[in-house]
Ligand binder design. Structure first.
Ligand SMILES: NC(=O)c1ccc[n+]([C@@H]2O[C@H](COP(=O)([O-])OP(=O)(O)OC[C@H]3O[C@@H](n4cnc5c(N)ncnc54)[C@H](O)[C@@H]3O)[C@@H](O)[C@H]2O)c1
Ligand SMILES: [Zn+2]
Ligand SMILES: [Zn+2]
Length: 392
């Protein structure tokens, strides 16, 4: 089969690999019908995720049709050949303490690299598709076929009559934006500020509005992304024109938003901003792993007693973390990989009942063979690219 394959930083190719098969009674193999490129894939493309190996298959937003199914996945997960299913990017055993609590991204059983990750983080979290040998080293979904481990508890059936594009983002970015809003306890009448108008920031915006927020500011410097945010009910702040802090102070008469969401993560940029220059030097010289400009600014811009929610990925350590501001304003922090299946039923209802059309941000479609070019297009925001969907 053909699959998007890691060869090094900035070097993803479409290679031929052996077709996957059933390796465990709880496995299924699916034929991928649609898969998307995520901002999290860019962290590997840009060399921020350690423990990647040449030959690894990338991709964690995908869906398809069951080709083959192990006996336990068939019996316990009601799965059979021909079923059309979505695969959450977080692999869930379904029975550990965390899975029973619907905190699937913390699963104790699905990460084959648990020991390695635990030496870094103190404890390991769930295995993820196509996300390095710290997260299980599982082959990803930007491929013609994928083996799905723990398939009985790591899938969701697609209701009849729904297109791939209507439901594909339930595998990651829609629940991720939603969890960001839920973690920020967004509710009726709230004022929220979101850093990043990428796919995750845009779904966080839609989620905040679905949860009843009154005003949602969206901060970025990419004009077409800000324009899309405005078209979908957000109040854009172009950080190349005005300091987000000044804009937010002004718009809230000095109160500042009580809920702030960092949907940027570890690759924040900010030309000419002194802490960003330090971050670039320190990450380039391996003295630090993550660039945290958006996070620092979000903390500064959060009102006293507020909540800072981080869907944006952080992978290692940062410095100049304004702990004094966070402490002084008594802020609460919530973060983590998304517990995808915890949210999918409610989000599927929002789609079915027409409260959201998740296709609103798709700008580019291609075949697997186009993936290397489309990675560059997406990363460099060429051709007004916001979200890429591939059909193998
Ligand atoms: N928690 C999870 O489970 C989960 C799931 C999916 C994605 N993510 C993460 O969410 C983040 C966003 O993903 P995406 O797909 O939207 O990526 P993206 O790269 O398309 O979007 C990031 C956006 O942030 C903007 N940006 C960069 N620096 C900024 C700054 N200083 N201030 C404001 N905006 C800035 C960029 O211009 C871009 O539009 C990534 O870190 C990704 O890894 C997390
Ligand atoms: Zn993702
Ligand atoms: Zn589990």
């Amino acid at each position: 089969m053909r699959a998007v394959t890691y060869h090094g930083t900035g070097d993803f190719r479409v290679d031929t690999h052996p077709d996957p098969g059933i390796e465990h009674p709880r496995d299924a193999v699916i034929r991928v019908t649609s898969t998307a490129i995520c901002g999290s894939d860019l962290h590997m493309f840009d060399g921020f995720i350690p423990e990647m190996r040449k030959g690894d298959i990338i991709g964690h937003e995908f869906m398809g049709i069951v080709e083959d199914v192990g006996p336990d996945a068939a019996a316990n997960g009601d799965l059979k050949k021909g079923d059309r299913i979505l695969i959450p990017f977080t692999i869930a055993c379904g029975s550990c303490l965390w899975c029973r609590n619907e905190e699937y991204s913390l699963c104790d059983e699905s990460n084959r690299d648990a020991e390695k990750l635990a030496t870094l983080n103190g404890q390991a979290s769930a295995g993820l598709f196509g996300y390095s040998h710290l997260y299980g080293g599982y082959d990803g979904g930007q491929a013609e076929y994928v083996r799905v481990p723990f398939a009985d508890t790591t899938h969701m059936k697609v209701p009849d009559g729904m297109s791939d594009e209507q439901v594909l983002f339930l595998t990651d970015i829609f629940p991720t934006g939603w969890q960001a809003a839920v973690n920020a306890e967004v509710g009726s009448g709230d004022t929220v500020a979101i850093w990043g108008a990428g796919p995750v920031g845009l779904f966080a915006l839609k989620s905040c509005l679905l949860l009843g927020a009154d005003r949602v500011f969206v901060i970025d410097d990419v004009p077409e992304r800000l324009a899309l945010a405005a078209q979908h009910g957000g109040i854009p702040i172009d950080r190349s024109q005005i300091k987000p802090y000044d804009a937010l102070m002004d718009a809230t008469q000095g109160r500042l938003p009580g809920k702030v969401i960092d949907a940027v993560g570890l690759e924040a940029h900010g030309a000419g901003v002194i802490d960003t220059v330090h971050d670039r030097v320190k990450t380039a010289t391996m003295q630090m792993t993550d660039r945290a400009h958006a996070l620092r600014e979000a903390i500064l811009c959060c009102s006293k007693g507020g909540i800072v929610s981080l869907p944006g990925v952080y992978a290692g350590i940062v410095d100049k973390f304004p702990i004094g501001a966070a402490f002084g304003k008594a802020l609460t922090f919530r973060m983590g990989q998304t517990h995808v299946l915890q949210h999918t039923d409610v989000l599927l209802d929002h789609i079915r009942e027409g409260r959201i059309d998740p296709t609103f941000l798709i700008t580019h479609r291609g075949r697997l063979a186009d993936a290397p070019d489309l990675y560059e297009t997406f990363r460099d925001k060429k051709d007004d690219c916001i979200k890429v969907v591939l059909t193998p």
